[in-house]
Design a protein around this ligand. Structure first.
Ligand code: SF4
Length: 293
């Protein structure tokens, strides 16, 4: 991959999707950090979501997270002196008003009265916590909500970086906002898959490895920082390559195994899951086959 100019929104030209003729199921066109972790968590849930295109009802936490991301994105559209707490809360209020009028997922939550007020207060709390964690007037962003794509062997990798910035030494720093709480230390390593994924994309597309990737957990004010290395990026390549091979095998044989565990409690696909007495084959007719994203 050739280095590219450091320009927000840059995308790498990619080859068309490949659909080997003997595949039982079409391959997903891209892999992202969330798809990699979804496949590793439960291959069958991955199939329902990514291959069959079954809709998943929105959760308040996910919708709230999207709105807070929008507010912070808007904050960084302003010059440094204007990146105030008041401006961020106004951006959140605007995002909320737009969601109320136009966002189908927000409406699906059915929030009214006190519930809606609580939802708004919790979102505001995340914005206040953000200001306790860093001073946005000191940040030098060069990309916000930056879509990066690159090829790794036969697969297109794709990720959206919340914020790419330059530190005082002119080094690249990737910042990812998390609107939940930080994982317990013993689970931290499991969350770094996405971190190294972003580092790989930066190196592949921009020709420079970021000096740091930081996860800002607005739920409890914890920042986790990782320093990507040659070794960590090569390990990421091996891990993603192995996941892609497993996805190819599963698509070729239509063999996506359920992996029952704690995540089942939040799974939207229990009705189709054999672990809960469901029939996975019924899911295909219920979903939109290969939604192409
Ligand atoms: S209910 Fe559990 S095992 Fe079944 S698809 Fe969902 S996560 Fe996988």
């Amino acid at each position: 991959m050739h280095p590219r100019a450091l320009t927000p929104g840059i995308r790498v030209a990619v080859a068309p999707r490949v659909y080997p003729s003997d595949m039982a199921l079409a391959l997903p066109p891209t892999l992202s950090p969330s798809k990699v972790s979804a496949f590793k968590d439960c291959a069958l849930a991955f199939r329902f979501s990514v291959i069959d295109g079954l809709p998943e009802p929105p959760s308040p936490a996910a919708v709230r997270g999207t709105l807070v991301h929008r507010a912070l994105e808007q904050l960084y559209c302003a010059e440094p002196p204007a990146r105030t707490r008041v401006a961020a809360l106004a951006a959140l209020a605007q995002a909320l008003a737009q969601a109320r009028d136009h966002d189908g997922e927000y409406r699906q939550l059915g929030l009214e009265g006190e519930a809606e007020e609580r939802f708004r207060a919790e979102a505001e709390c995340l914005v206040h916590r953000y200001f306790e964690m860093e001073d946005p007037t000191t940040i030098r962003p060069i990309g916000i909500e930056l879509l990066l794509e690159a090829r790794l062997d036969g697969v297109r990798l794709r990720g959206i970086i919340d914020r790419l910035e330059l530190d005082a030494d002119g080094e690249l720093v990737v910042t990812d906002y998390k609107t939940g709480r930080a994982p317990a230390p013993r689970y931290e390593q499991g969350r770094f898959g996405g971190v190294h994924f972003y580092a790989f994309l930066c190196e592949a597309v921009l020709g420079r490895r970021p000096a740091r990737v930081q996860l800002l957990y607005l739920g409890d004010g914890v920042t986790i920082v990782a320093t990507p290395s040659e070794q960590s990026i090569r390990a990421l390549e091996r891990r993603v390559g192995a996941v892609w091979q497993a996805v190819e095998r599963a698509c070729a044989t239509d063999d996506f195994r359920p992996h029952p565990g704690p995540l089942c409690d939040w799974c939207a696909f229990q009705a189709h899951c054999p672990a809960f007495g469901g029939d996975p084959s019924a899911a295909r007719s219920a979903g939109t086959v290969m939604a192409g994203v």
